[in-house]
Ligand binder design. Structure first.
Ligand code: AMP
Length: 397
């Protein structure tokens, strides 16, 4: 089944409630990263061209059900108006009389942005009464907030009970295509690169992808728990000794499924990591075991070559999680080299959200990949094979 999209419905002259993800970083009224606003533009522009009345809603930060000017969406309205080249009317509430009045005054193609939905406790509680109030001013619902689609909140799930049709926008459509379809029936070989801090965070993703991938390449601190599972030594590296059994099971499953499961053959190690200070102390590259007193902080050059070759031979690549402590330049080299390999390879490349997106953007290769997910937790849950409440609540074709 496929989720209905804005192109499947008639929106001309209709009041359309659009849940977007405008959870952008704001400091002193200035937006320091507008990529989420940019990501919502195709849907907003399409609805404007079609002559819909567009009522945007979003959360920003964690105001915990209280009205708090620190978390106002007002700066987003200004930024969005500039990007659209058209006025965006900001309403300082998301439910009630003021919203009703503004919406009644709307003409086809107009855009209104409501205040932060998390100023009401009913949002995160998915309170049906709050959802009903939110839905009251609209006729049609569009969800385009992939980043919160894994949460059943009033604005992501509750409103679908009061509005019909309920469909997805272009952003969610693209996420479903690349994180969903392209990895469910991948062009093969399908190579998955997984990194990040913990096996415990990613084990369900590993488990789900072991059903689909031809090769899984492991990096980041996660690799050290797998190394322990193989009887290796990891010195002072970040590892989860209580997850050794979990790691062993994944290795066994890979064998049983015929999935090539690669671990780093060399690592950059250091003796005095200071994450906040951004320094590593002495460093060296070691093959095999890591001695006590040393900590693995990145994949080494031989591993980079091995993984880059696997990426080159792949038809589909999915990458989630950095290969090392990419926040520090000296231990970002592995992640950046993988970013380069992924960007330069002639295949479908999908960056599965969170820190891997940060890493590839930082490397300068972000615009050379096929797709970068806008989700963090949502991307992970989707890759784990879980249903996203904000997606399953929408109409299906
Ligand atoms: P995750 O959110 O699970 O994708 O993990 C990302 C975090 O893992 C980043 O902040 C990295 O700095 C961290 N990380 C990656 N490799 C290592 C490592 N070898 N040692 C410690 N932290 C790491």
């Amino acid at each position: 089944m496929a989720t209905k999209t804005i192109e499947d419905i008639e929106v001309k002259g209709k009041r359309v409630l659009v849940r977007v993800d405008f959870n952008v970083p704001v400091q002193n009224g200035m937006i320091s990263d507008d990529s989420r606003i940019v990501a919502a533009l195709p849907t907003i522009n399409y609805l404007r061209e079609q002559g819909a009345k567009i009522i945007l809603c979003s959360h920003l930060g964690r105001p915990k059900g209280q009205k708090n000017p620190e978390f106002t969406l007002a700066p987003v309205a200004n930024d969005l108006a500039q990007k659209l080249g058209a006025p965006v009317t900001f309403v300082d509430d998301c439910v009630g009389e003021s919203v009703k009045m503004q919406v009644e005054a709307m003409k086809d193609g107009d855009v209104v942005l409501l205040e932060n939905v998390r100023f009401y406790a009913g949002e995160e509680k998915n309170d049906p009464e709050f959802a009903k109030q939110l839905a009251a001013v609209a006729e049609v619902y569009v969800n385009d907030a992939f980043g919160t689609a894994h949460r059943a909140h009033a604005s992501t799930e509750g409103v679908t009970k009061f509005l019909s049709p309920s469909v997805c926008g272009y952003l969610i459509q693209a996420e479903l295509k690349f994180l969903g379809e392209k990895t469910a029936q991948p062009e093969r070989p399908f190579v998955v690169i997984l990194g990040g801090a913990k096996v415990s965070d990613k084990i369900q993703v590993i488990d789900a992808l072991l059903e689909k991938a031809n090769k899984i390449l492991i990096g980041g601190a996660m690799a050290y728990t797998f190394k322990l599972a193989q009887g290796g030594k990891v010195g002072n590296s970040l590892a989860e000794p209580d997850k050794i059994e979990t790691a062993k099971k994944a290795l066994e499953k890979a064998k049983a499924k015929g999935v090539e499961f690669l671990l780093p053959v060399d690592n950059l190690v250091c003796d005095a990591l200071d994450f906040k200070g951004g320094t590593l102390g002495n460093t060296k590259v070691v093959d095999g075991d890591i001695e006590d007193g040393w900590e693995g902080v990145d994949i080494g050059p031989k591993t980079v070559e091995l993984y880059a070759n696997a990426v080159k031979d792949a038809k589909t690549v999915l990458w989630n999680g950095p290969m090392g402590i990419f926040e520090i330049p000296e231990s970002a080299k592995g992640s950046f080299a993988i970013a380069k390999a992924v960007a330069e390879a002639d295949n479908t490349s999908i960056i599965g959200g969170g820190d891997s997106v940060k890493a590839i953007k930082k490397s300068g290769y972000g615009d050379q990949v096929t797709f970068m997910s806008t989700g963090g937790g949502a991307s992970l849950e989707f890759l784990e094979g879980k249903e996203l409440p904000g997606v399953v609540a929408l109409d299906q074709k």
